[in-house]
Write a protein that binds this ligand. Structure first.
Ligand SMILES: Cc1cc2nc3c(=O)[nH]c(=O)nc-3n(C[C@H](O)[C@H](O)[C@H](O)COP(=O)(O)O)c2cc1C
Length: 200
């Protein structure tokens, strides 16, 4: 009986050890992969060649459940041109998607214009809501092309705003449009602190 208990405890300790070691040995690789992914996504929501490309990404955490849509702090990436603040790439979550939450990255210039928006995670329906992906349709490009000013009404045209909806996917497009608007509200409310952040 005692021997069985000892074996069980030993097995549990060994299993824990293996999990901890595996976690540690893959952490660096995962951090590297995340940084590469974030750098690539930054390139999608910012104009190429207009900001300083630094070897490491500067990351800050922002927390505002109401405007950013998450109870957890979300990463944001300030970027600089010749060492002065150029733009910030913010994460924002739309919790009112058709299927589930939609993760977005929004590039916002120093003067509060949208430089680009990309969906980073979602479970919306293939062929309908997934048209928010830039690879599947041009819909998400409208925010940077014609609608970038913070003074636009960040709702769908059919809700009295300034933005087209995706046909057959009004719920998804409404959720994304409003979330982009909320990220601009967050930027406007916190602009002074954000643009004063020094480069790393
Ligand atoms: C199986 C199924 C999947 C759907 N997936 C989505 C979706 O991903 N996003 C969305 O906005 N609407 C989705 N819809 C449609 C919505 O129920 C709703 O009809 C639509 O958002 C309204 O858009 P419309 O006014 O452009 O037709 C789906 C409907 C069905 C039956």
């Amino acid at each position: 009986m005692i021997r069985s208990v000892v074996y069980l405890v030993l097995a549990a300790v060994l299993a824990t050890l293996i999990v901890v070691l595996a976690e540690q040995s893959t952490r660096e690789q995962r951090e590297f992969n995340n940084a590469v992914y974030a750098a690539r996504m930054l390139g999608e929501v910012l104009p190429a060649g207009e900001y300083d490309q630094t070897p490491g990404l500067q990351v800050i955490l922002l927390h505002d459940e109401e405007l950013l849509g998450s109870i957890d702090p979300l990463p944001a990436y300030p970027v600089y041109r010749d060492g002065t603040f150029f733009a910030i790439v913010m994460s924002v979550v739309a919790n009112d998607g058709y299927v589930g939450p939609i993760g977005l990255l929004v590039g916002i210039s120093k003067d509060g214009h949208v430089l680009g928006v990309r969906a980073t995670s979602h479970r919306e329906t293939p062929g309908l809501g997934d048209k928010i992906e830039a690879q599947k349709s041009d819909w998400i490009l409208q925010f940077q092309e014609t609608g970038s000013a913070p003074t636009r009404t960040w709702r769908l045209t059919r809700d009295g705003g300034d933005f087209d909806h995706i046909s057959g996917a009004t719920i998804t497009s409404r959720a994304v449009t409003r979330a982009v608007g909320r990220s601009l509200e967050y930027f406007a409310a916190n602009r002074n602190q954000l643009i004063a952040l020094p480069p790393d």
